[in-house]
Write a protein that binds this ligand. Structure first.
Ligand code: SF4
Length: 336
């Protein structure tokens, strides 16, 4: 069996806000809790094989973008570790400061904000490789033209500024900038969410072509079920900072096992756009500041029983290479 390229092992991420003086004083008088901890990720385990594209799906606030940032080394995990090719994604310097890996590159949602408006495209594409010594200035300049052509743009566009491009073209430039760093793993964080549907399809087709050409390995974070189905081999469904189901895209879309996945797939494509974004699921998403006991989905789950409120379901083998975190998979919920 091929060794995984990416391994996420028991990763949790907490964001803690310290209480100010007034809040601490009020807390002392009232007995209320001071400060707050957001449980953004809890016990995430996953792996991605070389050449595989893993989709990460969930409602807004489920932790999928935080996971992307932890994998990229932007956020350090509060617990657990992220390994790329067997080595940690962030390395310690002698002084203790962490250096970001160049082997994981993120492509963000907003192509307008992610490019420096004052830098010519050629400079933007060459900046990272030059700083990290990936070639001489001349080699990097020559490679810039080839990269632009690889993403379907003209080499001469290197002399233009970002405002001279459309949203789709800027996202192509963002992909070229990521490829310029010769990454092992790409993380697409809602990378086509802000584009019109027709432009979105063009960028997705580009991704599919590049994947065939370069054998890319990627995490594809999205709230759009049809986009994920189009480009991913396997899909992880997240809910309130945990993975609740993980399966091959075909199997998952044909027969979701977890009640939350079922609720997501019951969503109706939005009229006129052809997109299958989430429709509202009954009940509100609980706060990650104070997650429910037991299964975090129990306040919204039609199948919930007493066991669900008391016991966190582990992500377990559900057969045929699938995994699910639900008590229904191993003996029931205790519901009458
Ligand atoms: Fe629903 Fe219980 Fe399964 Fe959670 S563990 S998804 S509450 S049935």
């Amino acid at each position: 069996m091929t060794a995984p390229l990416l391994e996420v092992k028991g990763v949790s991420k907490r964001f803690t806000r310290e209480a100010g003086l007034i809040e601490r004083s009020i807390a002392r008088l009232t007995g209320a809790k001071a400060g707050a901890t957001v449980h953004a990720l809890t016990g995430i385990d996953l792996s991605v094989a070389p050449g595989e594209v893993l989709g990460i799906v969930g409602e807004s606030g489920c932790g999928k973008s935080t996971l992307g940032r932890v994998v990229s080394g932007i956020y350090a995990p509060s617990a657990g570790e992220v390994l790329l090719g067997g080595a940690p994604v962030a390395r310690e310097h002698a002084g203790g400061a962490e250096k970001l890996t160049t082997k994981v590159q993120m492509i963000h949602q907003d192509p307008f904000a992610s490019l420096n408006p004052r830098m010519k495209v050629g400079e933007t594409l060459g900046e990272g490789p030059l700083v990290h010594g990936l070639g001489t200035a001349r080699e990097i300049r020559e490679r810039t033209g080839a990269l632009l052509e690889q993403v379907g743009l003209e080499a001469a566009y290197a002399d233009r500024l970002p405002h001279q491009f459309s949203g789709g073209q800027r996202q192509r430039i963002a992909i070229a900038r990521a490829l310029a760093m010769e990454p092992d793993l790409l993380v697409f964080d809602e990378a086509v969410a802000s584009l019109d549907v027709s432009i979105q399809a063009q960028v997705l087709n580009l991704f599919t072509d590049l994947r065939t050409e370069l054998g890319l390995t990627a995490l594809f974070i999205s709230h759009d079920l049809s986009v994920v189905h189009h480009v991913c081999d396997r899909v992880a469904i997240m809910y309130l900072g945990r993975i609740v189901e993980l399966a091959g895209a075909g199997e998952l879309y044909a027969r979701p096992l977890h009640p939350y996945s079922e609720a997501l797939f019951a969503s109706v494509p939005t009229l006129g756009t052809g997109r299958a974004s989430f429709q509202a699921i009954k009940g509100e998403i609980p706060s990650p500041l104070d997650p429910p006991t037991g299964c975090a989905f129990h306040p919204r789950c039609p199948m919930a029983g007493p066991r669900c409120k008391a016991e966190v379901p582990a992500l377990k083998d559900a057969g045929a290479g699938r995994m699910a975190a639900c008590h229904l998979q191993d003996g029931g919920t205790g519901a009458a």
